[in-house]
Design a protein around this ligand. Structure first.
Ligand code: SAM
Length: 264
């Protein structure tokens, strides 16, 4: 492959995505506009995020390592890994998200983050990484099987990847999503194209990586106040999630899962 500078690659990929601009990309641009100039995640909140701490435990010492953040959004993970000494490449199809990250880097003199408007299908253009991270991104990637092969090429031998994803395993939650969400004044938080992460995609990952799936908590009853009560009366539902998490057979129906990958 012809070697081009990072700046040139950034321009080429951004121009290519601009041509393909779609409704779901506009949806994320609008979401990220609300976060413009917000720096809360550069502070202590970001450093204590349980998802990021789980990823860090799996990745180990990040000093000097190359980390890729796929679908980086507002950069919570990007800045977390950068603070832990990694050289981070962050990609997102949202132009606004990348602009936000670029300006936060400038204002805060952060020089170990490179952010690009790019699709997950292009990650093998950025060299090989020690670690790959994604939060709520895998279920956006379509087609998935070619991406898994691209990701294998992008991870070094012995490299690790960590993803926090939603989960399509609960028939009840999927029924609710299909028949209730977006109707009867029930809010819809998705971009219309995404579908929750299904078990067949775990099987695709298993063809290329060693895979471990963990359900760190039960996220089920708390969805009731989020969708039906505008986040009110949260505590009793949180208590129910904690209570039912004690039943191991229920855990695989949690709406959140951690996916750990390693490349032998
Ligand atoms: C649910 S948000 C997650 C953002 C962030 N990782 C977080 O956890 O806050 C999904 C993000 O993925 C981006 N995205 C969607 N499809 C993508 C793709 N194929 N390649 C790269 N980014 C994508 C969206 O623009 C959006 O910023």
């Amino acid at each position: 492959m012809e070697r081009i500078s990072f700046k040139e690659l950034k321009r080429t990929l951004a121009a290519r995505l601009k041509e393909k601009k779609s409704e779901h990309m506009d949806f994320w641009d609008e979401m990220h506009k609300k976060l413009e100039g917000k720096t809360g995640h550069l502070g202590i909140k970001g450093m204590n995020d349980p998802v990021l701490l789980a990823a860090l435990r799996s990745f180990g010492d990040l000093r000097g390592k190359r980390v890729l953040d796929i679908g980086c959004g507002n950069g919570l993970a990007t800045f977390f890994f950068a603070k832990h000494g990694a050289k981070v490449v962050s990609i997102d199809t949202s132009e606004v998200a990348i602009k936000n990250i670029d300006s936060l880097c400038k204002v805060n003199n952060i020089d170990n983050v490179q952010a690009l408007i790019a699709s997950a299908q292009d990650i093998d253009r950025f060299g090989v990484f020690d670690c790959i991270f994604g939060s709520m991104i895998l279920h956006h990637i379509d087609p998935f099987d070619p991406f898994v092969k691209i990701m294998r090429r992008s991870l070094c031998d012995g490299g690790k990847a960590f993803f926090c994803e939603n989960n399509a395993s609960s028939p009840l939650l999927m029924w609710f999503r299909k028949n209730i969400v977006g109707r009867f004044h029930v809010p819809k938080y998705s971009d219309g194209k995404e579908t929750p992460f299904s078990h067949d995609k775990i099987l695709s990952l298993e063809k290329e990586f060693q895979v471990r799936v963990e359900y760190p908590e039960l996220l089920m009853f708390r969805l009731i106040p989020v969708y039906l009560f505008r986040d009110r009366c949260y505590l009793p539902f949180a208590w129910l999630d904690r209570l039912f998490y004690r039943l191991p057979f229920l855990r695989k129906y949690s709406y959140v899962q951690y996916i750990y990958l390693s490349k032998a």
